[in-house]
Write a protein that binds this ligand. Structure first.
Ligand code: FES
Ligand code: FE2
Length: 365
């Protein structure tokens, strides 16, 4: 499926340069680099009409639909969560239920398609100043998520990492509810890529506490990060599954890392059975992350989804407990600052890929 290019009207083109956020938790240089990437900011299903509030890279955003209510319906708007009139948070407003967009909760100004101000109730016959329109960002729905980019240029192709098999016949598409993590997105993704922690962190979900050895593997650079094929006997059977897999089965996990904070993983079960999942760690700030999940599978497709949600929440929380306490809170990109073991090849490749993108230390707060 090809993604649309960004329409001129949905970009900040012609506006003042994107200002640094009021509460900046990154270094300005790192923040500017990070704003060039695409991140999910909501589940498609939670933006019904609107307004829905989210924060990306310290920038408060309001998300709403004009002319439709469900996922994929109407025109989706991602804009600064800030009324140009007196700086009120637009996400405090209410869905007007008329399909025409949102209303500021302070003086009732209306905002519709492409963030245009469409009505000033105090002066219904007056002209609407150009500066009363919202600063908007591109909005793309893909993999059940709403994606945006703060610094996209008109005509840019959305750079949204792939969820392998998502559109393949026989695969069930699933979005687990997001979770908030009080930690840096890089720490979360480092954990996603880590193959040495299963026996110690996930022994109550899918791993065997006695299976601790990490066989050799080798990450390979890609255009936007790296990939790694990891073979081991660590199983990946979810709770409640109907699948049975021999104990000595050799599992392949194919990881792909997309700079800066998105990882995907395809787990090869026996035969052509696959589980494919994406973890997109959306950086709310340098110390807070909203973890989005999009996954698909061609087994257990008639099992209740609540079981999938519950199982994954348990796995996410197992990781969260560790990640929220790591020090330093950021990800040291200088390899000399930490001690490494051969099992860390992916987390070293991750640091190299972030360094190659020009990133430094990520945050100051
Ligand atoms: S502050 Fe939004 S309408 Fe006045
Ligand atoms: Fe984990």
């Amino acid at each position: 499926m090809s993604l649309p290019t960004i329409p001129q009207a949905q970009t900040a083109a012609g506006r003042a340069p994107l200002p640094l956020p009021r509460a900046l938790t990154f270094t300005p240089d790192d923040w500017r680099i990070l704003t060039r990437y695409w991140y999910p900011v909501a589940l498609s299903s939670e933006v019904t009409g609107g307004p829905f509030g989210a924060t990306l890279l310290d920038v408060p955003l309001v998300i709403y639909r004009v002319g439709g209510e469900g996922p994929g319906a109407g025109a989706l708007v991602v804009a600064d969560d800030l009324c140009p009139h007196r700086g009120t948070k637009l996400s405090l407003g209410q869905d007007q239920g008329d399909g025409e967009g949102i209303r500021c909760p302070y003086h009732g100004l209306r905002f519709g398609a492409a963030g245009r101000c469409t009505a000033i109730p105090a002066h219904p016959d007056g002209a609407i100043p150009e500066r009363m329109h919202l600063r908007t960002y591109p909005a793309v729905e893909r993999y059940g998520l709403v994606w945006t980019c703060l610094a996209a240029e008109p005509g840019d192709e959305p750079q949204i990492p792939a969820v392998p098999h998502w559109d393949d016949a026989g695969f069930q598409q699933i979005n687990c509810p997001w979770i908030d993590i009080e930690a840096f997105a890089g720490r979360q993704i480092e954990g996603f890529l880590d193959v040495g922690h299963f026996a110690f962190v996930h022994h109550e979900t899918f791993a065997d506490p006695g299976n601790q050895v990490v066989p050799e593997y080798m990450p390979v650079p890609t255009a936007d990060g790296f990939e790694a094929e990891y073979w081991s006997t660590v199983s990946n059977l979810p709770a409640g599954t109907t699948l049975e897999v021999p104990e000595d089965f050799l599992w392949l996990r194919h990881y792909r890392l997309h700079v800066p904070f998105t990882g995907s993983l395809v787990v090869y079960f026996p035969g052509d059975i696959r589980l494919s999942l994406m973890n997109a760690a959306s950086p709310v700030s340098a110390t807070r992350t909203r973890l989005f999940d999009a996954r698909c599978r061609n087994f257990d497709t008639d099992q209740p989804l609540q079981e999938v949600y519950d199982f994954n929440l348990q796995v996410f929380n197992e990781d969260r407990r560790v990640v929220e306490q790591q020090k330093p809170e950021n990800l040291p990109l200088d390899p000399a600052l930490e001690v490494h073991i051969p099992a860390d090849r992916s987390s070293i490749a991750y640091r190299r890929a972030l360094s190659a993108a020009g990133l430094s230390e990520f945050f100051t707060a």
